[in-house]
Design a protein around this ligand. Structure first.
Ligand code: AP5
Ligand code: MG
Length: 189
């Protein structure tokens, strides 16, 4: 099994590329953002707590997110591996993930970062906000807070995986298809 982290700022194209990878390689898609939005939709206790945090552009607590991930990994079946999308997002989450994976006798193969500059991601998210159901896509201040949160808490994870020689990156500007081809090359190398 091959487990891959898709990394990058909000709107970089993590979800878009993760879906294509799932179709091609039969990975399991693990998006903590999608999981949290599902909790909100079902008005669960986690959902009720997460809603205001997500709408402010900050991060939901490491404990809540790590527990959701742990349960999901435990229920993994015959998938070719896991595509992690939007997790880990803090150093604490990355350490927790190592612990969970060790417990399952599994290992993260690589982190693939999608590089996109701020101007482009703001444009993409605002564009999607016109049609998506995502309340965190509509307001420019929320989007800026999401980017700020990424820069303050998440970006450093690149170093964590560089130190383990697991870090790779692709240019995230271009067509979805071209970016996908470049990601596949990294996976198959
Ligand atoms: P999450 O759902 O993970 O959102 P995000 O990281 O802000 O990123 P997005 O999903 O908006 O973007 P994406 O990179 O997936 O890009 P996409 O493919 O959609 O998290 C939401 C919130 O949940 C967080 O702010 C936090 O509060 C909470 N949360 C989630 N995980 C957490 C965790 N681990 N810990 C704590 N809190 C957590 O593409 C974006 C748009 O661009 C789309 O419209 C797409 O069609 C378009 N697009 C894609 N590729 C291209 C391209 N090549 N060219 C042009 N347009 C493109
Ligand atoms: Mg996403």
């Amino acid at each position: 099994m091959k487990h891959i982290l898709i990394f990058g700022p909000p709107g970089a194209g993590k979800g878009t590329q993760a879906k294509l990878l799932v179709d091609k390689y039969k990975f399991m898609h693990l998006s903590t953002g999608d999981m949290l939005r599902d909790e909100i939709k079902r008005s669960t206790e986690i959902g009720l707590r997460a809603k205001a945090i997500i709408d402010s552009g900050q991060l939901v607590s490491d404990e809540i997110v790590a527990e959701m991930v742990r349960l999901r990994i435990r229920n993994m079946k015959d998938d070719a591996g896991i595509i992690f999308d939007g997790f880990p997002r803090t150093l604490a989450q990355a350490r927790k993930l190592d612990e969970i994976m060790n417990g399952e006798k599994q290992e993260i193969a690589m982190m693939i970062a999608i590089d996109v500059h701020d101007e482009e991601i703001i444009k993409r998210i605002l564009e999607r906000g016109k049609i998506s159901q995502r309340s965190d896509d509509r307001d420019i201040n929320t989007i800026k807070n999401r980017i700020d949160t990424y820069n303050r808490q998440t970006a450093i994870l690149a170093d964590y995986y560089k130190q383990q020689a697991k870090f790779k990156s692709v240019d995230g500007i271009g067509t979805v298809e071209d970016i996908f081809k470049n990601i596949c090359k990294l996976i198959e190398e």
